[in-house]
Design a protein around this ligand. Sequence first.
Ligand SMILES: C[S@@+](CC[C@H](N)C(=O)[O-])C[C@H]1O[C@@H](n2cnc3c(N)ncnc32)[C@H](O)[C@@H]1O
Length: 466
Amino acid sequence: MSVFPRISLKPEVNDYLKNVFLNKELLAAVGLQEAESRFQRLLTCLAHPPGHTCVRASTHLAPLMEIRHKLEEELNKQQMCGASTGEVSVKILPHPSIPDVLLLPVTGPRPVQQLSSEVVVGAQCGSAVLRGAHVFAPGIMASPKFMKSGDVVSVFSDLEGKCTRGAKSFQGKRAFLGNGVAEMDRSSIFCPDEPAKGIGVRMVEPLYQSPSFDGVLPSLAFLQNLPSVVVGHVLGPCPGERILDMCAAPGGKTCHIAALMGDQGEVVALDRIRNKIDRIRQNAQTLHLHSIKAYCFNSTQAVNSSCVSLCPVHTAGPPFPPESFDRVLLDAPCSGLGQRPNMAVTWSLKEICSYQPLQRKLFRAAVQLLKKGGVLVYSTCTVTLAENEEQVAWALDTFPQLTLQPQDPHIGAEGMLGAGLSPEQLRLLQRFSPELSWDQADMPTALPGKANRDTIGFFIAKFLKN
Ligand SMILES: C[S@@+](CC[C@H](N)C(=O)[O-])C[C@H]1O[C@@H](n2cnc3c(N)ncnc32)[C@H](O)[C@@H]1O
């Protein structure tokens, strides 16, 4: 049964994306029927959560199997206390080829009966609930007039952001997420004097079942999408190196890089949004990582060409002299169209298309800041050609000193046709394309086999500066 049949897009965005997936090169290679079918599968799978929860284990602090065991104990304890949404004992599997990844199955959609008492949450909160979270009070938009702690309610996601906070009911476009028990009265959730914090509704019958990780072994288990963990490994940082993470907040990849270096060396993390810098620092502290230096800075301006040899390299913050870093990660701001689950994108085509120029400005800075012989990794969590393969074609044209490099691990698909790249170049790219296997006979039905294919949409390119 398909509960959220398709992601909802503005018609102009739908047409744009359809043209991407039905581009001439791809049509010539796979034919109209297969290209159409991939696009339709994409729209369907984006609305559903991946079939697993991916945990990056802090193997710089403890061996993987010890973390796996502790996590199983904790999550099973939670279930026995009735605090979790699960019914059967939690089984955690190590990823077959990535040494710091643990996988937990997500099951669903399950048949759940809708109730008359309804709570409506924002779309972002709704996506988190579909991935195993409880409903946190700030995410609640509407609740019944007399809702008391202990009431059993059905939870819905407001797909178009049209529900006003504090509403008593909502009839707009929404999706059912499952049933839960209110942990707060309505008056506390919408208290005008003090913003509500903590769990507002504890999910007991979620449509998609997976353990809630709220506060579980925070220093040892970090929730991260599988392709994002792959990025850290592809970058391949070594102890003692100096690494730049140009768009770093909230710091998931920054912390992974520092962990892979055994916390030896320096990881410089930049982000242009001030309050997000605290998240990077908090995450670094929670994961006991000391080699991270986080700065609020616009990375398009991170190169200081006038201070080539004057500035002491390892002490100053941004801007940096050219060729300051051994490796650079550009995990670029993007249109985010690969994110799952995502039931509705309300952005206009203009917004979707606004990222390519910014990504190029950031890329120029990245190339300048990288030492000769250094590695640059470019990644996005979107599915357009304009932000992925076309950027690679532009980069290879603009910077003759860059060459594409093989990636390790390479567990996703190759790059997508449509940007004029050669078959050899496409093979060096890594695109996570859930639509290739969604609903197909060759999709493994169980973990760990399913994990590499049933991911968010994501793109990774690795360059060497010669
Ligand atoms: C895809 S998110 C990064 C996610 C992060 N790498 C992680 O793994 O946790 C992109 C980030 O780029 C930041 N950003 C956007 N424009 C920027 C700029 N000009 N300079 C620095 N950061 C920027 C955004 O604030 C956002 O946090």
